[in-house]
Design a protein around this ligand. Sequence first.
Ligand SMILES: [Zn+2]
Length: 127
Amino acid sequence: MTELLLKNCPLCGSKDVSFSHDGIEHYVQCDNCALTGAYGSDRDQCLEYWNDRPSPWIGTDKKLPPYGEPVLIVGNGAPQHVTYIRDGGDDCDDWFEPYHFEHDDNCKIPASDITHWQPIAGLEESV
Ligand SMILES: [Zn+2]
């Protein structure tokens, strides 16, 4: 039997991905964030679907979003379901804070806790 090598989760980057089966079809699931890949008739097929899935996330080790621009983030290993913006000051490290929401300083996430981010597609066009 050939070795089936699954790539890390494209959403959260976790290595905890495994094959699952719903009784009819196979699929790949991330055990960390519960993302599932496309369903396939066998393992080889869903492996292919999973590994070909492009990741929309940009690693903060590669590039940080511009200040003040709404983005989605992955913080503490899980995607955050709120839009955040990057902010910062001259005298402290950058942070991310929720956009559009009433918030206080407790909602801030240090930029060092953010592993990935992505721009919000279509935002500019939809104004
Ligand atoms: Zn995941």
